[in-house]
Design a protein around this ligand. Structure first.
Ligand code: NDP
Length: 296
């Protein structure tokens, strides 16, 4: 079997177009422009690239983008003061503090200082609790994008066996909650899991969020399973610097029914879902109907 390639790039373009259409309607009918504030502390090159890309795509969707770049030595109290200012600003509907923060700053404290209604990353403890109890919340972008692709490819996920590899707060745990919300039977595997290959081989849906290049190989995959590869790993191959996922693409694609490539799979969906969450937050803040199909 050769797997169908789930094209995250094209899917994300569709989400962004949907967001842009809704934003144009909000402007015309309600005089509202959704606004996303991104806070970047320090000079981490990867974070700078992400923040630039987020700002560009926010503006392309017709939304306001507010960038706040702070020195790596900023004090916790100054950062918290900025978060408080953004919480109070009616033009800001979404706030994202780019992680990781420098070591002297307490990420949990900073994230939990964001107004949960503006927490478009979905990392605030209130949103984590709401998601865990099946209530309306802001849903973390990478798992949300992964869920959208799964629903699009499979339709109903009800009753399927899903294995999520990785238990981080950012990807693994919220992904498992979302799959449970869609009535999958969910197993979370991690670095201490025994017989991981055999467990993954039971899965109709595999989500790999590990951070280990090409760890999952085709012999772990049940024939016909759907594989979502969240991993983004930079490796040297044939003298070149290349991006690979947590799944060995060629051997997994030879067995799976469908698979997301790296790059061009989950990655583009993450920013598209950030824009979708900002739009959702703006609609909720103004008591307006939320756009359909853009949240869990
Ligand atoms: P973390 O490092 O926070 O978590 C990794 C998880 O993988 C941990 O739960 C860890 O287990 C588990 N793990 C590590 N080694 C093994 C192993 N040998 N077998 C089984 N499980 C293992 O990473 P993130 O969740 O933040 O990210 C995971 C990957 O996804 C990374 O490659 C990251 O770059 C990528 N990513 C991609 C995004 C996108 O937009 N596409 C967004 C966010 C992340 P334990 O808890 O026991 O240590």
């Amino acid at each position: 079997m050769t797997a169908k390639v789930i094209d995250g790039k094209a899917f994300a373009a569709g989400i962004r177009a949907k967001v842009a259409t809704h934003v144009a309607r909000l402007k015309a009918e309600n005089g509202l422009t959704p606004g996303l504030a991104v806070v970047l502390v320090g000079e981490d090159p990867a974070s700078q690239v992400y923040v630039r890309s987020k700002g560009k795509q926010t503006v392309e969707a017709g939304m306001n983008s507010f960038e706040h770049k702070l020195d790596a030595t900023v004090s916790e109290s100054d950062l918290l003061a900025l978060v408080a200012q953004l919480n109070a600003d009616p033009a800001v509907h979404g706030i994202l503090v780019q992680l990781p923060l420098p070591k002297h700053l307490n990420s949990d404290l900073v994230i939990n200082a964001i107004d949960p209604a503006k927490d478009v990353d979905g990392f605030h403890i209130s949103n984590v609790g709401l998601l865990g109890t099946g209530q309306k919340s802001m849903v973390p972008c990478t798992p949300l994008g992964s869920l959208m692709m799964l629903r699009d490819h499979l339709g109903s996920l009800s009753g399927m066996n899903a294995v999520v590899i990785g238990r981080s707060n950012i990807v693994g745990k919220p992904m498992a909650q979302l799959l449970l919300g869609d009535s999958c039977t969910v197993t979370i595997a991690h670095s201490r899991t025994k017989n991981i290959e055999a467990i993954v081989r039971q899965a109709d849906i595999v989500v790999a969020a590990v951070g280990r290049p090409e760890m999952v190989t085709g012999d772990w995959i049940k024939p016909g399973a759907t594989v979502i590869d969240v991993g983004i790993n930079r490796i040297e191959r044939d003298g070149k610097n290349v991006l690979v996922g947590d799944c060995d693409y060629d051997s997994c694609a030879a067995v799976a029914g469908a698979i997301t490539p790296v790059p061009g799979g989950v990655g583009p969906m993450t920013i598209a879902c950030l824009l979708a969450n900002t739009l959702t937050a703006c609609c909720r803040a103004n008591g307006l109907a939320e756009p359909e199909g853009l949240t869990a």
